[in-house]
Design a protein around this ligand. Structure first.
Ligand code: GDP
Length: 300
């Protein structure tokens, strides 16, 4: 928690700065509220949610023109928690039959942090005492399988891979098949994320999922979004949601971005929860998403 606070607060935090500005004035008037609303929009909260939040705040503070900064800070925290953490289950669904592992697919545009997140998640699950297998179904990027294998060695998980250019669906199938043979608890499947041909992507991810389902139900499809890409992340989310049913979001690189507001937009857009956040490049830099902690981190 302390690390999360440090990471979020250490990033270029426009929201914290805006709040500091808000609190540095003696009286909060219409102009202060307008400035604050603009800052919320700039931190990727979206126009609708930002306006709603400021309206709710003003109502909560029951003021016409002027508000007390201390009361504003407290009310802001409450409103942000409500807006950032709508009531949705954020637990990873790992239910599975005894003879069949739970399957988690990681999807997202290349470079967002998919492979890294598979590694970190593997570490987390192993630490929880689960047995895990990685499937390297990103067979297009030459280095992807190598990178995942290295992560596997780092966190104590074996990686099932195919030859370069192999059919991603067949690698995923083999990974789940070996997972069944070995009796592991969870198979984490890394996938490719080339967006240049949407039809290709649609075919491919759909096929990977269908082929896995010949062997085992897919518990989770986690969409990885890079928080530093702002509105682009939202566009990607829309495209992926058309292609495959997303069950949760992993928001990466929050250590390098103040634009945590994208959490709000992407949850509203897809109607699925942010389940994890990425806070760095190391194996332990993944945290389950917690709205109150997140807001406290943003507020610095
Ligand atoms: P993929 O192409 O989606 O599989 O992306 P990678 O897992 O290869 O990650 C791309 C780059 O982002 C790598 O340099 C990672 O170390 C880095 N990265 C991934 N997650 C995070 C994070 O949460 N914070 C930071 N700072 N970097 C990250």
């Amino acid at each position: 928690l302390a690390r999360l606070r440090r990471r979020l607060a250490g990033s270029q935090n426009t929201l914290a700065r805006a709040l500091a500005d808000l609190l540095s004035v003696d009286k909060i008037d219409d102009e202060t509220w307008d400035d604050f609303e603009s800052t919320l929009i700039a931190s990727d909260l979206g126009v609708g949610p930002a306006t709603e939040l400021v309206e709710n705040l003003r109502k909560a503070l029951a003021v016409g023109g002027v508000a007390d900064p201390a009361a504003a800070r407290k009310a802001l925290r409450g409103e942000l928690i409500k807006i950032v953490g709508p009531d949705m289950s954020r637990d990873l669904n790992l239910d599975h039959a005894e003879s069949v592992p739970a399957v988690v697919m990681m999807v997202g545009v290349n470079g967002t942090g998919k492979t890294t997140t598979v590694g970190k998640l593997g570490r987390m699950l192993v630490a929880q005492g689960r047995t895990v297998l990685f499937g390297a179904a990103d067979t297009f990027r030459a280095a992807a399988a190598e990178q995942l294998t290295t992560w596997g060695e780092r966190v104590g998980v074996r990686t099932v891979r195919g030859d370069e250019g192999a059919d991603p669906a067949s690698v995923a199938f083999n990974a789940v098949d070996e997972g069944i043979t070995e009796g592991v608890d969870v198979v984490l499947v890394d996938t490719a994320g080339r967006l240049h041909t949407k039809v290709g992507l649609m075919d491919e991810l759909g096929k990977v999922k269908r082929v896995i389902e010949k062997k085992a139900p897919v518990n989770e499809v986690l969409l990885v979004i890079d928080a530093t890409t702002g509105q682009n992340g939202l566009t990607q989310a829309r495209i992926f949601a058309e292609v495959v049913d997303i069950t949760g979001i992993v928001l990466t690189k929050l250590d390098g971005s103040a634009k945590g507001g994208i959490v709000v937009q992407v949850q509203r857009e897809l109607g699925v929860p942010v389940k994890f956040i990425g806070l760095g490049e190391g194996p332990d830099d993944l945290a389950p998403f917690d709205a109150a902690q997140f807001v406290d981190g943003l507020l610095g």
